[in-house]
Design a protein around this ligand. Structure first.
Ligand SMILES: Cc1cc2nc3c(=O)[nH]c(=O)nc-3n(C[C@H](O)[C@H](O)[C@H](O)COP(=O)(O)OP(=O)(O)OC[C@H]3O[C@@H](n4cnc5c(N)ncnc54)[C@H](O)[C@@H]3O)c2cc1C
Length: 413
């Protein structure tokens, strides 16, 4: 039987998309190459723009009860001087505090809801290629040679996307020569100027860069610690070996701990090698199309716009993609707008926000990177500005889509 929407990838984009489509009465099936969802990277930070989407999809209360809720993070000098605060959410201003939740918990919450709604998730099924695309459907193939038909095929298959190859056969993600090394450690023993850690902190040490601290688990009893380092690109095996060498990773975390003060010294003494992560930062250049010419193949999430981590917006932006896509596909199916117009509006709207996130990343990098790594930003003439995050956290996506649909309907009446 043909699928209405075949989603490739059961990462956070694919799972959330299935839920958003289900809410719009659009039937989807998820196909995931692995035997179970991939649990990488410990915990993730969610900001009000994404939490509003998760609320609309009926899972926010569970997310709130399972994650660590907080409103701001502080940028401090090593001597404790407050340099700046950075809002990650605000119940009062945006309706939601920020939330730091384990990826596996977020996946479990969405996956359980999908299962309860009867959305099929097929594990161990690897997409390989599009066989045929017409104006009405797309036929695609799995690694086992089996062919499937769908009205739409959505690539939610991550930064190294295979679906993207159908739109961009030669594109390879660009490595930024930076990687984040993180560890999860118990919060209680760590001290910052004699005080316990109760909120996320970024300690800036002139010349050395930043040491990041972020409580996690609902009671904040565990915290992430992290640093970035320059590194040349490795192949898959190289990254696996780099990540497996926990002794070197711990050594890196402990290096220069004095330069970041008490919290770095105390926290890096309690690293459990099993609780470490390596995140090499790859980016995708701005793409001029997120859909094929016949609009039956679409990419979203990291496949369309992998974003460097500075503003912590990777997953948040993916949730925006899927929610707005589902609203627009429903409008197009309802005959209110043409699919091609809906997809063009979707990409414009989303890409505009992704670009603003990339600018925000640069503002954060200006504050966090050591002097010798700021040359790129200096060459671009990026000047330091005050943070204004209202555009990021406060939009009403549903109203924006409804207004656009209305405006198009009026034009064509
Ligand atoms: C260590 C680490 C830590 C991170 N921490 C954060 C963070 O704190 N905050 C944040 O916002 N972002 C973070 N990110 C980035 C974040 O993980 C991505 O932005 C996010 O996962 C993108 O979701 P996605 O669903 O688009 O892609 P992915 O999560 O990559 O999911 C893609 C899915 O598609 C499947 N797939 C791939 N190819 C195929 C195929 N051919 N057929 C079928 N299935 C396929 C994969 O197995 C996978 O399950 C982190 C990344 C890493 C690596």
């Amino acid at each position: 039987m043909a699928d209405e929407v075949a989603i490739i990838g059961a990462g956070l984009s694919g799972l959330a998309l299935a839920l958003a489509l289900q809410q719009q009465g659009i039937k989807a099936t998820i196909y995931e190459s692995r035997p179970a969802p991939l649990n990488i990277g410990g915990a993730v930070m969610l900001s009000p723009n994404a939490l509003k989407v998760l609320d609309a999809l009926g899972v926010y209360q569970e997310v709130r009860s399972k994650g660590f809720n907080f409103e701001e993070l502080e940028l401090q000098k090593v001597d404790g001087e407050l340099l700046e605060t950075y809002e990650f959410g605000s119940k009062q201003k945006y309706g939601y505090p920020g939330n730091r939740i384990y990826r596996f918990e977020l996946i479990d919450i969405i996956l359980s809801k999908i299962k309860a709604e009867g959305v099929p998730v097929v594990f161990g099924r690897k997409y390989t290629r599009v066989v045929e695309e017409t104006n009405e459907h797309v036929i695609w193939e799995c690694a086992d040679g089996e062919q499937h038909t769908a009205s739409w095929l959505v690539g939610a298959d991550g930064i190294h996307s295979t679906v993207r190859k159908y739109l961009y056969p030669d594109l390879v993600p660009r490595f930024t020569r930076m990687a984040g090394i993180t560890a999860a450690v118990p919060t209680a023993p760590a001290r910052h100027h004699g005080k316990p850690i109760t909120k996320p902190l970024t300690i800036i040490s002139e010349g050395k860069g930043a040491f990041v601290v972020a409580p996690q688990k609902v009671d904040g009893s565990e915290m992430l610690i992290g640093k970035q380092r320059r590194i040349d690109e490795l192949d898959r095996e190289g990254w696996d070996n780099f990540s497996a060498d926990r002794e070197s990773l711990i050594k890196f975390m402990q290096e220069d701990a004095e330069a970041f003060g008490e919290v770095a010294i105390t926290a890096t003494q309690h690293i459990d090698p099993k609780k470490m992560n390596v995140w090499p930062f790859y980016v995708i250049p701005e793409l001029d199309k997120w859909a094929s010419a016949k609009r039956r193949v679409v990419i979203l999430g990291d496949s369309a716009h992998a974003i460097p981590p500075s503003a912590g917006q990777g997953i948040n932006q993916a949730f925006e993609d899927v929610y707005i896509f589902a609203l627009l596909l429903a409008a197009a199916k309802g005959g209110n707008v043409k699919v091609e117009d809906a997809l063009a509006f979707w990409q414009r709207y989303r890409q505009d926000r992704v670009k603003r996130v990339l600018d925000l990343n640069k503002q954060i990098d200006l504050r966090r990177l050591p002097q010798d790594q700021l040359t790129g930003l200096a060459a671009e003439g990026i000047a330091r500005q005050q943070f204004d995050l209202t555009w990021l956290y406060a939009p009403d996506f549903k109203a924006d889509v409804d207004n656009w649909v209305k405006s198009v309907s009026v034009e064509s009446a």
